[in-house]
Design a binder for this molecule. Structure first.
Ligand SMILES: NC(=O)c1ccc[n+]([C@@H]2O[C@H](COP(=O)([O-])OP(=O)(O)OC[C@H]3O[C@@H](n4cnc5c(N)ncnc54)[C@H](O)[C@@H]3O)[C@@H](O)[C@H]2O)c1
Length: 134
C-alpha cells in the first residue's frame, strides 16, 4: 500500500495491559524510527510508539514504503508493527501513557530568552504540561 493510501496512524491492536512498559519516542526520523524498531524487536514485552508532528512521515512508517532505508529495517518494522511497535501523530496521548520518553526531534537552537544558545525545550515542556494536568 502506498503511504497516501494509509491512515495517519494504525490503531493499537494490543491493549496497554499486555505490556510491562511503555516507551514513547518523539521524532520518527533517522534516529527515532530505526532505534525504536530495534528496541521493539528485542523487547517484545515493551510497547514502543514513535510519534511525530509530520503526518506524512507517520503514514510512510505505517506503509510498505518506509521513509528511511537501512539494510534489514523493513523486515524488523514489518515483524513488530501493530504488535509492540506503533507510529502515531497522537503525541499527547502517547506522552501521557509513556514510562520512558526518548526525544529524537530536530534540535534548533534557542536564539532568545532564558536558555539562549541551548537546544529548544518545546517537547520537554509539553510533557511537563501534560504531567501536571493528569
Ligand atoms: N541522524 C544522525 O545521524 C544523527 C546523529 C547524531 C545526532 N543526531 C541528532 O538526533 C536528533 C534527531 O535526528 P534525526 O536525524 O532523526 O532527525 P530527522 O530530521 O530525521 O527527524 C526528526 C523528526 O522529528 C520530528 N519532530 C520535530 N519536532 C517534533 C515535535 N515537537 N514532536 C514530534 N516530532 C517532532 C520531525 O517532524 C522529524 O520527522 C537531532 O537532534 C540530531 O541532531 C542525529
Amino acid at each position: 500500500m502506498h503511504p497516501s493510501q494509509t491512515p495517519q496512524h494504525i490503531t493499537n491492536i494490543s491493549t496497554m495491559s499486555d505490556f510491562k512498559l511503555n516507551i514513547c519516542c518523539m521524532g520518527a526520523g533517522y534516529v527515532g524510527g530505526p532505534t525504536m524498531a530495534v528496541i521493539a524487536e528485542n523487547c517484545p514485552h515493551i510497547r514502543v510508539c514513535v510519534v511525530d508532528l509530520n503526518a506524512a512521515q507517520i503514514a510512510a512508517w505505517n506503509s510498505d514504503y518506509l521513509p528511511i532505508y537501512e539494510p534489514g529495517l523493513k523486515e524488523v518494522v514489518e515483524k513488530c508493527r501493530g504488535k509492540n511497535l506503533f507510529f502515531s501523530t497522537d503525541i499527547d496521548a502517547e506522552l501521557v501513557k509513556a514510562d520512558i520518553i526518548f526525544i529524537s526531534v530536530n534540535t534548533p537552537t534557542k536564539t532568545q530568552g532564558i536558555g539562549a544558545g541551548k537546544v529548544r525545550e518545546a517537547s520537554e515542556r509539553r510533557r511537563s504540561e501534560l504531567s501536571r494536568s493528569r
